[in-house]
Structures are given as structure tokens and as C-alpha cells.
Write a protein that binds this ligand. Structure first.
Ligand SMILES: Nc1nc2c(c(=O)[nH]1)N[C@H]1C(S)=C(S)[C@@H](COP(=O)(O)OP(=O)(O)OC[C@H]3O[C@@H](n4cnc5c(N)ncnc54)[C@H](O)[C@@H]3O)O[C@H]1N2
Ligand code: MOO
Length: 410
């Protein structure tokens, strides 16, 4: 039997086959979850203009530089500036404008006095206001236009994933559309004559198709559009009928039918397009990967539920991110002490579904998500996992207190 491939070798083969997807323009309100194909350049300054950081009075600093409880300074309030006001009232010496947070600061003012530093509140302040504490310096509580970004500055780089914070930054910079990579179109195909839709009463031998749900959700989280999800039996005719039906997909993710059994439909029917190899990982040893003549990527993931989940993380997710040109999308990794002991398979890197105990914020610990074993069939225990503990191939056991690499996936 041929030697096992390393995870890195298999991933390199997958990534070498990935072609970047073309760009498309979407409205900023539709950009959440997409990856920027082109940088976002600010269409306006942020802040857009000099504006007040406080509710209070726009003043000429020189007028109030010596104000104190013992030497209060009374100013004439000659204008009122609610947020959104386009006014720029002239202020002569001894004059102030009442101003609200976010309102444009008059050109003649160079400091803001919060109303707490005046006698009385805002309500009765439209005639005069008496300042009882001097601003620390000229410019205080004035938020300068362009302080955060200038029109034309790069606010977000190409390759950025548009999370809520990134979408808001683009919106604040005044753009209405962004150029993103087209979302990968993915088909999720479970194989196995034992599979039924979740919730269907099971006769002996049948199980719910949980991988379809799993892989569709993982693909969606990776930015893909799932254009098809379904299961097929182990007949080659079913697989070919499905392939003929699928239109313009970028990747097909099969689960099951890739190992050594007598009914391995993916392996037998797609032998010309895919290579089936053994990878030195547990779970996830049998892997199939290839391309259709039109470039569609074909992933053949092992059918055991934990094997499918780990294989997606290891090979499919990186490919979907690379198609979108995403920069820095790798899962976060941390090192944590183990709070339980477990055994690991010799000669294969282990990816163990794991739970993290966060009860002591200064000392998180990690343990297997499934008590009583790390079997790749533990589809229920997977629900308690929020991470994978990754143990090198040359380690045979993890002891309590050992430091373990942990990949966060939740
Ligand atoms: N003689 C050998 N047998 C097996 C080997 C081997 O090297 N020699 N490898 C084992 C390993 S490791 C794995 S992993 C599995 C991979 O098998 P397949 O990818 O061919 O998957 P199936 O045989 O179709 O199914 C395996 C297992 O997973 C369940 N399954 C399949 N699809 C789904 C689904 N959509 N939802 C939930 N569960 C699913 C299926 O019922 C089986 O229990 O092969 C080992 N065997
Ligand atoms: O590799 Mo299988 O994926 O060990 O369960």
C-alpha cells in the first residue's frame, strides 16, 4: 500500500487547483459576508467635517481661557446648532453657539465647552451662558474632519472579509457599493443508500443524512452559496444523473463512498477525474480530490461525520476562501492545557473535536467533546465541540496538563 500523504501535501494540491473567482459589485447593504476584490477607498473624510464631541457650547478659546468658578465668563449665545444643521454662524468675541454632539463646529469657534462646565443646563441657555471652567486647550472636544481617514484613503484592503465592523467602516466612508469576489457556488452531495432526510422514521439500516446539513452550513459560513444539497444512493447512474443536472457550480463536496468498501460510488464513478489518497490524519484518512473538465472542484470527503467535518476544515474551507481571495481567514489557533487525558492514533495527526472550559478566564482548558472515545462516528458529540485539538502524529497520548494546539471553529 502506498505511503500516506501529509496534510500539507494534500492541501497544497487542493490550493494549486483553485482559480480565483471573478469580481462583482454589490450594494453596501448586501456586502456582509463577502470578500473584497478591490480595496474600499473613502468617498468622504471620516469625520466628514469638524464636529463637536459634546453637547454644550462652541466658543472662541481665548474668551474662556481663564474661566473658573471664581472668575466665571458669560457669553452671548447667538446661534443654536442641532445635529444635521448646515449653519456656520459667525461668532464675534464674547459670543458662543449652543451645539449638540456631532454638529458642525462653526469656523469661528476653536473649542467646545460641555454644558456641565456652565451654569445651568442646556434648556435655558439660548440667551447667555456662563462658563465656570476653562477648556484645557484650544481644540478640546472638537473632532477634526479627516482625523480617522481622508477622502481617497484606503479604508479596507482587498481580501478583507466584510464583517459587521468592516461594512460599517465602508458605509462611514461614504461608499454605496463595494467590489467583491463572486460567492462560490457549491453543491453538497451525500452518498449512501442508508441515508434519509433528517426526521424520516428510520427502518433498520437507515440513518439521517447529517453530513448534508453539516457541510452545507460549513460552506455557507465560508462564504459559499449552496445551490444544491441532497443525497444519492450508491448507484453510479444516480451520481451521473445528478452531475448532468448541476449547472454552473464551482465545487461539489461529496461525503461518503471514498474508502475501500464494495459500494464506493464516488471512488468508482469519478476515478478519471479524482485522485483518491490516504492522508496521515485522524479522522479523515481517505480523501478524494480532483476537477471536472470545466474546472469544477470535486472533493470526496470520508463519510463518517467527524471525518467529514475535519476534512472540510482542512481542505474545503481553505479552498473556498482562496477562491474568494480572502486574506487572513485561517481559523484562530491557541495553545491550551488539557483537562483530561486521551489516546491518539500512531502515525497520524489527530483532529479531536474538543470543548473548552472558560470558567477561569486566566486559564482556559481543553478536553475531548465526546466522553468515552474519539471515534469518527460520534455525530452527537460533535454538537458539544467548539474546536479541534490538534495532536502531532508522533504523540501517542495526551496527559492532563499537557499543552495542546487548539483550532477554534465556533
Ligand atoms: N477496510 C477498510 N474500511 C475502512 C477504511 C479502510 O481504510 N479500510 N477506512 C475507514 C475510514 S478511516 C473511514 S473515514 C471510512 C470512510 O468511508 P467512506 O468515505 O467510504 O464512507 P461510507 O462508507 O459511505 O460511510 C462511512 C460511515 O459514515 C456514515 N455516513 C456516510 N454518509 C453520511 C451522511 N451523509 N450523514 C451521516 N453519516 C454518514 C456511514 O453510514 C458510515 O457509518 O471508511 C472506513 N472503512
Ligand atoms: O479517517 Mo477515518 O476518517 O479515521 O474515520
Amino acid at each position: 500500500m502506498s505511503a500516506m500523504r501529509s496534510v500539507e501535501e494534500q492541501l497544497a494540491e487542493v490550493l494549486a487547483a483553485v482559480a480565483p473567482l471573478p469580481a462583482e459589485t454589490v450594494a453596501i447593504a448586501e456586502a456582509h459576508g463577502r470578500v473584497l476584490h478591490a480595496p474600499v477607498l473613502a468617498a468622504n473624510d471620516i469625520p466628514a467635517f469638524d464636529n463637536s464631541a459634546m453637547d454644550g457650547f462652541a466658543v472662541r478659546f481665548a474668551d474662556v481661557a481663564t474661566a473658573s468658578q471664581d472668575a466665571p465668563v458669560t457669553l452671548a449665545v447667538v446661534a443654536d446648532l442641532p445635529a444635521g444643521s448646515p449653519d456656520d454662524p459667525r461668532l464675534a468675541a464674547g459670543q458662543a453657539a449652543r451645539i449638540m454632539t456631532g454638529s458642525a463646529v462653526p469656523a469661528d469657534a476653536d473649542a467646545i465647552v460641555p454644558f456641565e462646565d456652565t451654569v445651568g443646563g442646556l434648556a435655558d441657555s439660548l440667551g447667555t451662558t456662563t462658563v465656570v471652567a476653562a477648556p484645557a486647550a484650544a481644540g478640546v472636544f472638537v473632532r477634526r474632519g479627516g482625523q480617522d481617514a481622508r477622502r481617497g484613503d484606503e479604508v479596507l484592503a482587498a481580501g478583507t472579509w466584510m464583517g459587521p465592523l468592516q461594512c460599517s467602516a465602508a458605509a462611514a466612508s461614504g461608499v454605496d457599493v463595494v467590489v467583491v469576489s463572486r460567492a462560490p457556488r457549491v453543491a453538497i452531495v451525500s452518498t449512501g443508500s442508508e441515508l434519509v432526510e433528517p426526521g424520516t422514521p428510520l427502518r433498520r439500516g437507515q440513518i439521517p443524512d447529517s453530513n448534508g446539513i453539516l457541510l452545507a452550513a460549513l460552506a455557507t459560513d465560508a462564504g459559499a452559496i449552496v445551490v444544491h444539497r441532497g443525497s444519492i444512493d450508491d448507484e453510479g447512474s444516480s451520481l451521473h444523473a445528478l452531475l448532468a443536472d448541476l449547472e454552473s457550480v464551482d465545487a461539489i463536496v461529496f461525503s461518503g463512498g471514498v474508502s475501500a468498501g464494495a459500494y464506493e460510488v464516488v471512488r468508482t464513478e469519478l476515478a478519471a477525474a479524482m485522485a483518491f489518497v490516504r492522508v496521515a490524519m485522524q479522522p479523515g484518512k481517505p480523501q478524494g480530490f480532483g476537477r471536472l473538465p470545466d474546472g469544477t472542484l470535486l472533493f470526496g470527503l470520508p463519510g463518517n461525520p467527524v471525518s467529514s467535518a475535519v476534512s472540510f476544515e482542512t481542505f474545503v474551507r481553505p479552498a473556498l476562501l482562496a477562491m474568494q481571495g480572502r486574506v487572513g481567514g485561517e481559523r484562530a489557533r491557541i495553545v491550551l492545557p488539557a483537562s483530561a487525558a486521551w489516546r491518539t492514533p500512531p502515525g497520524r495527526r489527530q483532529y479531536l473535536p474538543a470543548a473548552i472550559d472558560r470558567s477561569d478566564p486566566a486559564r482556559w482548558t481543553v478536553a475531548p467533546a465526546t466522553a468515552g472515545g474519539s471515534g469518527s462516528h460520534m455525530a452527537g458529540g460533535l454538537g458539544r465541540a467548539e474546536a479541534y485539538a490538534i495532536v502531532p502524529a508522533d504523540v501517542e497520548a495526551v496527559a492532563v496538563g499537557d499543552l495542546v494546539d487548539v483550532m477554534l471553529v465556533a
